[in-house]
Design a protein around this ligand. Structure first.
Ligand SMILES: Cc1cc2nc3c(=O)[nH]c(=O)nc-3n(C[C@H](O)[C@H](O)[C@H](O)COP(=O)(O)OP(=O)(O)OC[C@H]3O[C@@H](n4cnc5c(N)ncnc54)[C@H](O)[C@@H]3O)c2cc1C
Length: 502
C-alpha cells in the first residue's frame, strides 16, 4: 500500500527519476516513487513486454501520444515520450552518449562543470552497462558505413562516448545487454526493490502539488480514485513535457497564463515551460539493393541486427568553437515496417540548436495534453538550418562512397533548399530545457540544486533542468542528472526538512 506521507516523493520513474529514487532509498531516505505508467516488476520475473526489451528497434507502445495536430505545409509532429517505469530509457534507441566537455562547462553552474560530472558519468555508464559494439558485431550495412567513412576521410574512433573527443566516426556505444534495452528500472531499481525505504506507486498519475502550512503534498489519481501523499520534499522528474505541466497545474508559472486556464497562481515563475529545445534532424537516403537485403536477412537469421550502429561527429561551417556540432548516423531498416520505411538513410542532426519553443497546459485536467510548440528551425539567424544543410552535404558524400553506393540504389541527391528542409525536418527525440537551472531567478526556473525558485521544497530532477542541450543523445545525461540531484538531496549538510524554510 502507498504510504500517505513520506520524506521524499519522486514524481516520474524515468531515466532521471528512477535514479533519484534508488539512490535516496539506498541512502536510507523514505521514498515513494509515483509513476503514471505500469511497473512490470523485476527484470528476472520475466513480465516485461518483448517489444520493450528488444533493443534492435525503437519501441512504440507505452507512449503518452503527444502530437502537434495538423500543421500547414507538412506532416504533423509526433513527440514520443514513454509512459512506463524506466520512462524513455525503456523504449528508446539505447544509444549511449555523453556530449563534449564544453557543453557542461558552458552551463556555468556550481556542481555541474564537466570535471564535477566526470565521476557521475563514469558511474552512469557502469550502472547502465554501456559498451561499444565491436567490429565483429557490425551488421552488413554498418560494416559498409565504416568502410565508407574511412574512404571519405573520416577519423575512425573506437570510443565515441568520451567527453574530450571531437570529430570522428565509429561504432556506437549502447546500453544493450544480450539484445535487451537496459533501462533505468533494471539498472537502478531492481537492486533495491526489496528495500523498505522504497515504495513504487505505478499506474499513478500525479495531478498537482499542494502547498499547505505544514508542508507539501502531491495529489495522485490511481485506481479510479484520488489521494494525496505528503512529503518533506517533492522531486518532479516527469520529463520535459510532464514536469512543466505539473508545475503549472500546481500554480508555478506565469500568473496570467495560469489564471487563463483556471489555475490559481502560487509562485510567479514566468519561464516554466519556456526554453524547450531539441536536436532538429533530417536525412538523406536510398533504397537497398537486393544484395544488401539478402545480406541483412542472413544476418537476421543468425541473430541481433540493430538498425542504428554507427555514428559520425562533424563540424559544420557554424562550429565556431571548433567542436563538432553535427551527428551523422546511418540507419538501415531490418524490415520494411520500421521507421525508415525499409530504406537506408543517413540521419543528420544539429547538436547545438539555437531555436526555442515552449510547453504550456491548456487546462487544469492532468490527462489533457499540453500545448507543445517546439519552434524547430525558428532561430532568427537560421543557424540550425545551415548546420543541417552542411550535414546533408556530408551525408551525401558518405552515401556516394563505393562501399555504400555499391549496396544501395542510385537516386537523385537530396534537395538542400531551406523550403525542402523546413518541410521535412524531424527531431532526434531529445527535448530538454523546460524548467531550466540558473543563478538568476528572473532568468531561470530552478537553482543549481534543482530547487524551484520561490518553492524550494519542490525540486526538479530531469532533462527539463538543462539550460542548453549537450551535443549528445540525452539518456545518459538524464541518468547523470538523477545521480547529481540524488547526491545534492542526500547531502548531510543540507537538511531536507529545512529546505522548506530556505
Ligand atoms: C523514441 C525515443 C528514442 C530515443 N533514443 C535515445 C537514444 O538512443 N539514446 C539516448 O541517449 N536518448 C534517447 N532518447 C532520449 C532519452 O531517452 C530521454 O532524453 C530521457 O529518457 C529523458 O529522461 P527524463 O528522466 O527527463 O524523462 P523520462 O524518461 O521521459 O521520464 C519521465 C517519467 O515521468 C512519468 N510521468 C510523466 N508525467 C507524469 C505524471 N503526471 N505522473 C506520474 N508520472 C509521470 C513518465 O511516464 C516517465 O516515466 C530517446 C527518446 C525517445 C522518446
Amino acid at each position: 500500500m502507498t504510504p500517505r506521507s513520506t520524506e521524499v516523493a519522486v514524481i516520474g520513474g524515468g531515466s532521471s527519476g528512477a535514479v533519484v529514487a534508488a539512490r535516496l532509498a539506498t541512502a536510507g531516505v523514505d521514498v515513494v516513487l509515483v509513476e503514471a505508467g505500469p511497473d512490470y516488476g523485476p527484470r528476472r520475473a520475466g513480465s516485461w513486454p518483448a517489444e520493450i526489451l528488444d533493443a534492435a528497434a525503437l519501441a512504440t507502445t507505452h507512449d503518452w501520444g503527444y502530437s502537434s495536430g495538423p500543421v500547414p505545409g507538412r506532416e504533423p509532429w509526433t513527440w514520443e515520450r514513454a509512459r512506463i517505469l524506466g520512462g524513455c530509457s525503456a523504449h528508446n534507441g539505447a544509444i549511449a552518449a555523453v556530449g563534449h566537455r564544453l557543453d557542461y562547462d558552458a552551463w556555468g553552474l556550481d556542481g555541474w562543470a564537466t570535471d564535477d560530472l566526470r565521476p557521475l558519468f563514469a558511474l552512469a555508464l557502469e550502472e547502465m552497462q554501456v559498451r561499444a559494439y565491436d567490429a565483429a558485431e557490425a551488421t552488413p550495412f554498418h560494416a559498409r558505413c565504416l568502410d565508407a567513412a574511412r574512404s571519405a576521410g573520416w577519423f575512425l574512433a573506437s570510443d565515441l562516448c568520451n567527453l574530450d573527443a571531437n570529430e570522428s566516426f565509429g561504432l556506437e556505444t549502447v546500453n544493450v545487454v544480450d539484445g535487451v534495452r537496459w533501462n533505468t528500472a533494471f539498472a537502478y531499481l531492481d537492486p533495491i526493490r526489496d528495500t523498505a525505504q522504497l515504495t513504487i506507486a505505478d499506474r499513478s498519475l500525479a495531478d498537482r502539488i499542494e502547498f499547505g502550512t505544514s508542508g507539501v503534498a502531491v495529489h495522485i489519481i490511481a485506481d479510479g480514485g484520488t489521494s494525496t501523499i505528503a512529503a518533506d520534499t517533492i522531486v518532479v522528474a516527469a520529463g520535459v513535457y510532464g514536469t512543466p505541466a505539473i508545475l503549472q497545474r500546481s500554480g508555478i508559472g506565469d500568473p496570467d497564463r495560469l489564471r487563463a486556464v483556471g489555475v490559481d497562481p502560487v509562485v510567479d515563475s514566468p519561464l516554466v515551460g519556456s526554453n524547450l529545445h531539441d536536436h532538429p534532424m533530417i536525412n538523406a537516403g536510398r533504397e537497398l539493393s537486393d544484395r544488401l537485403r539478402e545480406d541483412i536477412s542472413a544476418a537476421l537469421a543468425a541473430g541481433f541486427v540493430p538498425e542504428e550502429q554507427t555514428l559520425g561527429k562533424a563540424c559544420s561551417s557554424m562550429a565556431t568553437d571548433g567542436v563538432f556540432d553535427l551527428h551523422l548516423f546511418p540507419v538501415c531498416a531490418s524490415t520494411q515496417t520500421t521507421l525508415t520505411g525499409g530504406r537506408a538513410v543517413v540521419e543528420v542532426a544539429c547538436m547545438t540548436p539555437q531555436s526555442r519553443g515552449a510547453v504550456h497546459i491548456t487546462s487544469a485536467d492532468p490527462e489533457a495534453q499540453p500545448h507543445i510548440d517546439h519552434g524547430y528551425l525558428s532561430d532568427r539567424d537560421d543557424h540550425d538550418l545551415v548546420v543541417l544543410q552542411d550535414g546533408l552535404v556530408l551525408a551525401e558524400e558518405l552515401l556516394a562512397q563505393p562501399a555504400l553506393a555499391d549496396a544501395l540504389i542510385d537516386e537523385p541527391r537530396r534537395d538542400l533548399s531551406a523550403e525542402a528542409i523546413r518541410c521535412d525536418v524531424q527531431h532526434y527525440y531529445h527535448p530538454v530545457g523546460t524548467a531550466m537551472m540558473g543563478t538568476d531567478p528572473s532568468q531561470s526556473v530552478c537553482d543549481h540544486r534543482g530547487r524551484v525558485h520561490g518553492a524550494s521544497s519542490v525540486v526538479v530532477a530531469d532533462v527539463s533542468l538543462m539550460p542548453q542541450i549537450p551535443r549528445a543523445n540525452t539518456n545518459i545525461p538524464a541518468v547523470v542528472i538523477g545521480e547529481r540531484l540524488a547526491s545534492f538531496l542526500s547531502d548531510p549538510e543540507l537538511d531536507r526538512t529545512n529546505l522548506r524554510a530556505s
